[in-house]
Design a binder for this molecule. Structure first.
Ligand code: FAD
Length: 446
């Protein structure tokens, strides 16, 4: 909704995190005329895309005192989306030739980091970032947002802002499966957050729990290295059975029923296996240890709420916002639109509904989720509703609608991935959509 009532405003805005989300949001805020400080605890931009060979001191990622590693990337990771989809809409992720570039359509992780560095250089984002600065407290005081941050030398400082945008990423705090008997089970456990390469699993019997992106990629990589791979997944992913059952070291099962002192794992299909390692590819939890809102914003069963359209807590809007919560969506174009919305609301270009109207919208959204049987922990999953959400944001921001080729390419990629887990990154059938994408990109490159 355009805001014709108020004068344009320039605010002093803190962005927490200089991953893809933070740098894209910082650009939107700067373009809108806000003064921006990005707090980043690492020494470089890129967040998830800054690969580390290190793993955490607790490979399962549950001990609160463990040494922490931010990135969940494994060494061989290539993107699971084609580059046409991944880039910011007006700064496409084009293939670049040259010594250290990876021009493949589904490039390796270093290429994504390079693209983010190109983006940050192009738009002067690094000058806005305070590196080596960890935000340890965010709270509202007398209508302003107080931020406490710790610098690399240990010194703690405070500063006050008009608004805070939280862009800390959602793939760092592991969520693990609850397994009856696990406390007495003698084997090793690891979360995919701490998986880097297949070598430590050589000759072992491995159970992989979960069969989304990480579960499928990692189990593929374990073929020929691990002795046996047993995949436990909630939904019977029957479309995958044909692909996997042809490889005799891989078995698909329903979830684990129990595990035992002697190393046995019993699956719900009655199958019993002696197992060396359980690898949890079970996703991540939202986590905002620095945020103090007196209970106004909570994380409950992985629902961050209440949030209007996954971004603004009605009672604290527009001063506090979250960018990047939705999953099963295409991240960077999403950050761009959510960031543009936040920037436009803060400058008074775009009006938010009243607090009551936003709360009513959130309540209706929760009721619809419940009626559809969707569990609470999937509140921020977009999936099929992604194009509608993106179009809503685009219309609200006065931006062009989500292009049809994006929707079709996303679907085509998923179908190809599920049918061809081992080859979808190198063989595809959507060249016409790719042609449309590059026609679109030519607007920004000529
Ligand atoms: P992050 O990249 O996690 O960045 C968050 C930043 O916040 C980090 O730099 C962190 O250091 C900083 N930070 C956190 N807490 C604080 C604090 N308290 N103070 C200061 N700084 C802080 N997306 C795709 O588009 N294509 C893919 O193929 C793809 N593959 C993926 C594969 C894996 C294994 C994973 C985990 C993710 C993948 N993604 C993919 C999604 C990817 O996470 C997003 O593309 C995007 O990089 C997320 O950016 P972000 O800024 O939200 O979070």
């Amino acid at each position: 909704m355009p805001n014709s009532q108020s004068q344009p405003a320039s605010r002093y805005v803190a962005v927490i995190g200089a991953g893809a989300g933070g740098i894209v949001v910082a650009r939107e805020l700067s373009r809108e005329g806000h003064r921006v400080v990005v707090f980043e605890r690492n020494s470089q931009i890129g967040g998830t895309w800054v690969y580390s060979p290190e793993i955490e001191s607790d490979p399962l990622g549950v001990n609160p005192d463990r040494t922490r590693i931010h990135s969940s990337l494994y060494k061989s990771l290539r993107t699971n989306l084609p580059r046409e989809l991944m880039g910011v809409r007006d700064y496409p992720f084009l293939p670049r030739e040259g010594g250290d570039r990876d021009p493949r359509r589904f490039p390796g992780h270093r290429e994504v980091l390079k693209y983010l560095e190109d983006f940050a250089n192009e738009f002067g984002i690094c000058e806005l970032v305070r590196f080596g600065t960890e935000v340890v407290f965010v709270g509202l005081e007398l209508g302003k947002w107080r931020i406490r941050f710790r610098c690399e030398n240990g010194a703690v400082h405070e500063e006050t802002f008009d608004a805070v945008v939280v862009c800390v990423g959602n793939f760092t705090q592991p969520r693990v499966a609850e397994i009856p008997g696990i406390d007495e089970w003698p084997g090793e456990q690891i979360h995919s957050h701490n998986y880097r390469s297949p070598e430590p699993f050589r000759g072992k019997v491995v159970v992989v729990i979960g069969y989304s992106s990480s579960g499928t990629d990692i189990s593929q990589e374990l073929i020929g290295v691990a002795k046996e791979i047993h995949i436990a997944c909630k939904s019977a992913k029957t479309e995958l059975l044909d692909t996997q059952s042809s490889i005799n070291s891989v078995s698909l099962h329903p979830m684990i029923e129990s595990v035992h002192k002697d190393g046995r794992v019993v699956f719900q299909d009655g199958c019993i296996v002696s197992v060396d390692v359980i690898l949890h590819c079970t996703g991540y939890k939202y986590d905002y240890p620095f945020l103090e809102t007196n209970g106004i914003v909570t994380v409950n069963e992985n629902r961050v709420g209440p949030l209007y359209k996954h971004v603004f807590p009605p009672a604290l809007a527009p001063g506090l916002s979250f960018v990047g919560l939705p999953f099963k969506a295409v991240p960077l174009p999403l950050f761009e639109l959510q960031g543009n919305w936040v920037a436009g609301v803060l400058s008074n270009r775009i009006a938010l509904p009243s607090k009551e109207e936003m709360l009513a919208d959130v309540r209706a959204f929760y009721a619809a989720l419940e009626a559809s049987g969707k569990p609470k922990h999937l509140t921020h999953e977009l999936g099929d509703s992604s194009p509608a959400y993106m179009n809503w944001l685009a219309a609200t921001c006065g931006r062009p609608a989500y292009e049809e080729w994006r929707r079709e390419m996303y679907i085509a990629t998923n179908i190809n991935r599920l049918a061809n887990l081992e080859s979808f990154r190198d063989v595809w059938h959507d060249d016409e959509l790719s042609r449309q994408a590059y026609e679109e990109f030519s607007k920004f490159t000529t």
